[in-house]
Design a binder for this molecule. Structure first.
Ligand code: NZQ
Ligand code: ZN
Length: 389
């Protein structure tokens, strides 16, 4: 195990009616906030009205900015920054999923900065200050409600880039699993794939002596594998929705990654896909992860045997560890299929003609590598993508 500091200061308020605490949780930070939301699900469900009422009752004034799209765009972020400056706003309240939260975080770091916020995502500047952010979560998936990251798309450049800074951790996250019962089945499944990916990015490591976090990761994966089919069969199953929501947060709040180096190659490859083709992040991961695994499992067959046997219940074949390892990867792919996700690029209508371009983009124009479990150059990335066509 490596040395680590774990400090996740996001206050979690979890359970039925959590959103009614929006006003009381926000009021200590600001009397005027930007209320940020997406394309309409929060209007339709009545959630936005409940949040407005809670803010009003606590004496908090809200300036509203909706319209965040999945794979959130820097153009709306810039609009939000101007709106905050014009209205003297000191706090951003995100009501939605990863896209809304990431857009809120980008606005929060952009307001005190004199340059263009995209600089932070190109790594030509790093933020020194940020407004505070609060979250009311509507989809368990990205884990942005307590993560230190924000992922933003630049539609002009067809780039999707992540910024990581401790300044980005939300002050609080209100998490009511009931809010997730209105999710379409496809979004529930995409969220599940993202949650599993956040765990697996941490699980596949070269760091030794990480037994406790291995077992935490396995518990997280098994909880998702058990509860997602239940939520898909009965969308109003509170118990299943609650399990998924809590794993989704812990999967990306850095606990499972303590004392070990994560990989993150599959995420960087997927971001190139969604930057160009605007696919759901979780769907892209369902395609990339099994292909990545088949490319890298030889680096540590024993770790893949552990994954197969402990997570998927594959019987260990002591005379053929490779077969056991591959059976685990096949089980993951079959699970993704069973919950309605694509497992090939063609199933997402992503053609093969820009594979080389994507491979170059995620390896610093071919000069670097991505991932840590196995360092992948652009040729390796292209080969993984070709195997997923
Ligand atoms: O826009 P609305 O109408 O709200 O619809 C959304 C959207 O179409 C809908 N939705 C959300 N909650 C709903 C609902 N529909 C019905 N009922 C509800 N309760 O779901 C769709 C997807 O929403 P989105 O916010 O895009 O999903 P998700 O949470 O999966 O976020 C994906 C984004 O997060 C980034 C991804 O790259 C992607 O851009 N990530 C952010 C991370 C972070 N900040 O730490 C880490 C992740 O690895 C990821 O990269
Ligand atoms: Zn993710």
């Amino acid at each position: 195990m490596t040395n680590f500091t774990f400090n996740n200061p996001t206050r979690i308020v979890f359970g039925k009616d959590a959103e009614h605490q929006a006003g009381q949780e926000t009021a200590p930070y600001a009397k005027k906030v930007l209320l940020h939301f997406g394309g309409g699900s929060v209007v339709k469900s009545g959630l936005l009205d409940r949040v407005r009422a809670s803010l009003k009752a606590a004496g908090v004034e809200a300036v509203e900015l909706g319209g965040v799209k999945p794979n959130p765009r820097v153009t709306l972020v810039r609009e939000g920054i101007e709106l905050c400056r014009k209205n003297g706003i000191g706090f951003v309240l995100a009501v939605g999923g990863g896209s809304v939260i990431d857009s809120a975080k980008a606005i929060a770091v952009g307001v005190p900065y004199t340059g263009d916020v995209w600089d932070f995502y190109e790594y030509t500047a790093s933020p020194a200050k940020a407004l505070d952010v609060g979250v009311i979560l509507t989809i368990p998936a990205a884990g942005s409600e307590s993560s230190s990251s924000s992922v933003i798309s630049n539609e002009e450049l067809q780039l999707k880039r992540g910024l990581t800074s401790e300044l980005l951790r939300p002050r609080f996250a209100l998490m009511n699993p009931v809010l997730t019962c209105t999710l379409p089945a496809y979004q529930t499944a995409c969220g599940a794939a993202d949650i599993m990916a956040h765990i697996m990015e941490r699980y596949f490591t070269n760091t030794r002596d990480v037994d406790f976090t291995d077992r935490l990761c396995e518990a997280g994966l098994r909880t998702i594998i058990r509860n997602v089919p239940l939520a898909l069969a009965s969308p109003d199953d509170y118990a299943a929705r609650a399990e998924i929501m809590w794993v989704g947060s812990v999967a990306h709040n850095d606990l499972f990654g303590t004392g070990r180096e994560g990989d993150w190659g599959s995420h960087s490859i997927e971001h190139e896909i969604s930057a160009i083709y605007d696919v759901a992040h979780g769907a892209g991961l369902a395609v990339v992860f099994p292909a990545w695994m088949r490319h890298v499992y030889g680096n540590d067959v024993a770790r893949f045997v552990q994954f197969a046997t402990r997570v998927w219940g594959v019987e260990n074949d002591p005379f053929n560890p490779e077969r056991t390892a591959l059976a685990g990867i096949n089980a993951l792919e079959a699970f993704f299929r069973s919950i309605g996700l694509p497992v090939r690029l063609s199933e997402m209508d992503v053609p093969a003609d820009r594979i080389e371009e994507m491979a170059l983009k995620c390896t610093q124009k071919g000069k670097g590598t991505t991932g840590n479990f196995v360092k992948l150059d652009s040729k390796a990335v292209a080969s993984i993508l070709r195997s997923a066509v």
